[in-house]
Design a protein around this ligand. Sequence first.
Ligand code: AHM
Length: 331
Amino acid sequence: MSKIKVGMTLDEFIIQEEKGYPNASGDLSKLLRDIGLASKIINREVNKAGLVDILGKIGKENIQGEEVFKLDEFANDTLISFLKYGGQCAGVASEEEDEIQVFNNEEAQNAHYLVLFDPLDGSSNIDTNASIGTIFSIVRRLSEDTITEKDFFRTGREIVAAGYVLYGSSTMLVYSTGNGVNGFTLDPSIGEFCLSHYQMKTPETAKQFSVNYGTIAHWNQRLKSFTNWCTLENKEEGTPLTLRYIGSMVADFHRNLLKGGIFIYPASPKSPNGKLRLLYECIPLAFLQEQAGGLSTNEKVSILDIQPEALHQRTPIALGSKKLVEKFLSF
Ligand code: AHM
């Protein structure tokens, strides 16, 4: 009989899950625990951000020409130090690092995994106290010896786990190792993530759509027709839908995962590949979306089937409830 119980801690859950895989080394579980630990430290700083001198920009730009906020840098450094010395991770790719970071310290020498992450997604929302999050995916290293970018350029079909931590009105860790999606809420009184959302499923149909309407002048015809359909009074089709857009992908995604909906960040003439990054934003969330019964697309193929070619590659994306994504593609 399954010993999985709502309320159990992340550690207990991981132990129970491992029992289903007697040959598992336990390395992936340890890695997930390290990410959970790092996110608790990040959560602590996010929560007290208004009290200490940690809000605001640090006065430099990342490789993508975006301003780096102090909390971005803190989250990046925290994740790297937990992963570097945890013993399970041989290197990382981060939105905040120009290049991949291969760990040369002793603890990392026999590590089998690589972690790709956006340490703090939605950082333009930091100073206004809106929800932000950490997004990650985990792949197995390919090279026995020297790790190169190629080890990180893996499709969504090859990743072994993905997840995010949402720093919202409560803090949640949501992840999947390919056997469904489970969500854990941080209980601040005991400092533990506890299972709160077991085997999450996105409703097939939904009442919400999420897109930055302010950019309509740059949309393609499909997106214009789809959003027009979303706003029509048509009971049979289930429209109109409600527009919900925070501007923090991880928060928009989380809401749509629970309530059903579609999130779209399109290409535009100015940004022909959209804005969002394939490797550490789109692939992990698309993996979770498809694990939860939804779909993802770049309007040609599933996000999970795109072969990455550059570390900070961008892609247009639409993901969410199956029927809504299919409707979007039907225009
Ligand atoms: P960031 O990397 O600066 O955090 O930007 C990514 C964010 C996403 O979380 C969000 O979906 C998107 O940018 C919002 O962009 P826009 O303001 O153009 O709608």
